[in-house]
Design a protein. Structure first.
Length: 432
């Protein structure tokens, strides 16, 4: 069956429904709401600005962990990696992040004179990335920027790590790909992947969507651009000359080794932790294998649903790609052995740009807020000398909150797959 012909026959251009026009018109007010949450995030981390101890990561952690929800990876890594000396990642030291994040950390280290200045400079960049992301979401035909602008996830995690910058790159890449600018889209997708690696799962979805549409040259151009950009980004840091010729630099490989050997932890709990609750101990190697297998199964399922949706010929151009991306990234985060808290930013942004039902977005934000509150409360009680209370929090409300979060993630996947299969109204997509 010629899927491309079926889809082409349905790609009509009609006016954008009134509610989508309203969401785009409200982008300015949504940006102001997002700004308020970003500033709230800065308030939550205000104790970082008061630190006056020695430039030592352990001493900083002993100080900051005593304040509920004030911890941030940004000052922690500033002290750990001696960023005031401006060491170049992968050349001067090993780093557990991809090259894009490493370069961002390195560049930010040149515009400060202290940890506080470094943190505020990072906060300014990440806050601007959050506001720009909200604005870009308003440019998607179905995008509802309010779903991100009003999400407590923004306040809780925008300054926890550098993920917000990666979210911006992913959303910008998706917008370019949505508008058929595959060359620039492939380039920006490569930058997003090598800033935070897991958007790599988007690549097969986007390429397959082009093939379903009969756009083989676009698929090839996207893959070539992505490949060349990947080489350009990683080449200077990945390759080194040894006695036997070119070899991969161990400091660059550290990102992959670190994540392969990283064990599950209660602070970033997901469904893998449930096995331990019931006395089933699974090795890190077994979890890695199972996660990889489940990822392949998930990818195959999403591609199969895309094929069925294409065969129905009832979807406009954007309806195949975005729901598939939402489903696969959510599945990836669900099966991953680590769910760092700031990963919720990615899901909140994806729900917003895909125009998810507000109730679904609110449910995810609610259970994520509940998990945040319970885990930080447990950590706070432990540090303050109440280990019995901390144990109760981790074995009762924190676990319940984690289970609820995982269930809502499965609901997100189900919604995205249903969006793929359900005939949707055709929206106009302007190439401007």
């Amino acid at each position: 069956m010629n899927h491309a012909r079926l889809i082409a026959g349905r790609e009509e251009v009609t006016s954008i429904p009134r509610r989508h026009t309203r969401w785009r018109a409200d982008s300015g007010r949504a940006i102001l709401a997002a700004l308020a949450l970003v500033l709230l995030g800065l308030v939550l981390h205000r104790q970082v600005l008061d630190y006056a101890g020695p430039a030592d990561e352990r001493r900083f952690l002993d100080y900051i962990i005593r304040y509920l929800g004030a911890y941030s990876d940004i000052p922690s890594l500033y002290f750990r990696d001696h960023l005031w000396h401006h060491p170049l990642p992968y050349i001067g030291y090993a780093l557990e992040y991809p090259v894009g994040t490493g370069l961002l950390i390195w560049l930010l280290s040149f515009v400060h004179g202290s940890m506080v200045a470094y943190f505020l400079t990072s906060a300014l960049l990440l806050g601007a990335a959050a506001l720009l992301t909200v604005w870009l979401i308003g440019r998607f035909p179905r995008g509802n920027p309010w779903l991100l602008a009003l999400s407590p996830t923004l306040a809780l995690y925008v300054l926890l790590n550098w993920d917000m910058f990666g979210v911006l790159l992913m959303v910008a890449a998706l917008l370019l790909l949505e508008r058929r600018r595959d060359g620039w889209g492939g380039l920006l997708l490569a930058v997003a992947v090598w800033t935070k690696f897991f958007p790599i799962v988007m690549l097969p979805v986007v390429v397959y969507e082009r093939l379903l549409r009969g756009r083989r040259w676009d698929a090839a151009a996207l893959m070539v651009t992505f490949g060349l950009a990947t080489i350009a980004i990683n080449g200077p840091f990945a390759l080194t000359r040894g006695p036997a010729g070119l070899a991969l630099r161990p400091a660059w490989l550290y990102f992959f080794r670190f994540n392969a050997n990283r064990p599950i932890t209660p602070y970033s709990a997901n469904f893998w932790n449930l096995f331990g609750v019931y006395g089933i101990n699974i090795s890190t190697a077994a979890i890695n294998f199972a996660s990889g297998l489940l990822l392949i199964i998930g990818l195959g399922t999403v591609l199969l649903v895309m094929t069925q949706a294409a065969a129905r010929g009832a979807h406009p151009r954007h309806d195949l790609m975005l729901p598939a991306v939402v489903a696969l990234i959510t599945w990836f985060l669900f099966i991953n052995k680590i769910y760092s808290p700031q990963y919720s930013l990615w899901l909140a942004a994806l729900l917003a740009l895909a125009g998810a039902p507000p109730l679904l977005a609110a449910a995810f934000a609610g259970v994520d807020l509940l998990f945040y509150a319970t885990t930080w409360t447990g950590l706070y009680l432990d540090i303050r000398g109440f280990p019995a209370g901390a144990t109760w929090v981790y074995t009762q409300p924190a676990w319940d909150a984690m289970v609820l979060r995982e269930l809502v993630m499965l609901l997100i996947i189900a919604w995205a797959l249903r969006r793929l299969l359900r005939p949707a109204e055709t929206l106009s997509v302007h190439p401007d």
